[in-house]
Design a protein around this ligand. Structure first.
Ligand SMILES: Nc1ncnc2c1ncn2[C@@H]1O[C@H](COP(=O)(O)OP(=O)(O)OP(=O)(O)O)[C@@H](O)[C@H]1O
Ligand SMILES: [Mg+2]
Length: 239
């Protein structure tokens, strides 16, 4: 399996939306939400954007992050410093962003405590920095519950389920396999919309195709793939 990045319609929509919020004039609202279930490709899309755009900063939220840890983490990405005091870290971030505008992408933002989101709002308000909050669907409820934050959101992008066309392109680019339309529909269903699960299924498919010496993937081949994630068998009752 080759390491490939697929330009899915979600990826393109995400990139276009980030570019729009990044263009918003200083002082105008410019927060963005990108949400979707596990494995839908949010992190891949965000990291890819950061690689392509020099002005973008990628930060991944850690569990139980305090404001100090978050601001220090953002500061480190901006200029390598890790101030230990909240106010100092915030001041340095604001000065750096005023000097050199960036876009901040915050991954796993559904883990952010509301106090941290308020710190991000301050940074956004004071510098006009576009901030993209990326996370599981619960981020949506958390942000909409705070009107002052939700009013600043100008774009929302949903990372929906993997599409049949993504399956076909992924099979071709990552494994050199030509997947028949009905087989692609079955794979899209079996991966439950998750790119991560699709990746694991594709490894099995590649193995099976090699064993059968074929490059064309049929529905029959897909249906005969072993299930490596079977649920526990209920134990028989003891007599
Ligand atoms: N655009 C893509 N091209 C190729 N592979 C992808 C793409 N998007 C996702 N994948 C595959 O799916 C896996 C999961 O993607 P990713 O980590 O981006 O999901 P996520 O939405 O961030 O999930 P989580 O909510 O669990 O963090 C990746 O490790 C990769 O194997
Ligand atoms: Mg992720």
């Amino acid at each position: 399996m080759k390491n490939v990045f697929i330009e899915t319609s979600r990826v393109m929509e995400f990139r276009e939306a980030v570019s729009v919020v990044a263009d918003t004039r200083k002082g105008q609202p410019g927060l963005m939400l990108a949400w979707g279930l596990a494995g839908r490709g949010k992190t891949m899309a965000a990291k890819e954007y950061t690689v392509q755009s020099e002005a973008a900063i990628y930060v991944r939220v850690h569990e139980n992050w305090t404001p100090r840890a978050m601001l220090s983490g953002i500061c480190r990405e901006i200029n390598g410093m890790q101030p230990s005091r909240v106010e100092l870290a915030k001041q340095i971030i604001i000065e750096e962003l005023d000097r050199s505008p960036r876009v901040i992408l915050i991954d796993e933002a559904d883990r952010l405590m509301i106090g941290n989101i308020e710190h991000l709002r301050d940074i956004h308000d004071e510098t006009g920095t576009p901030i993209v909050l990326i996370g599981e669907p619960s981020i949506y409820g958390r942000v909409t519950a705070r009107r002052r934050i939700y009013e600043r959101v100008t774009r929302v992008v949903e990372f929906g389920a993997v599409k049949t066309e993504d399956v076909v392109i992924f099979g071709m680019k990552a494994c050199d396999l030509k997947i028949a339309p009905d087989a692609a529909i079955a794979l899209a269903k079996n991966c439950e919309g998750s790119f991560r699960l699709l990746y694991h299924i594709m490894i099995e498919l590649e193995r099976s195709a090699r064993a059968n010496k074929v490059k064309d993937i049929t529905l029959e081949l897909v249906e005969n793939l072993p299930n490596r994630r079977i649920a526990p068998t209920p134990e028989k009752e003891r007599r």
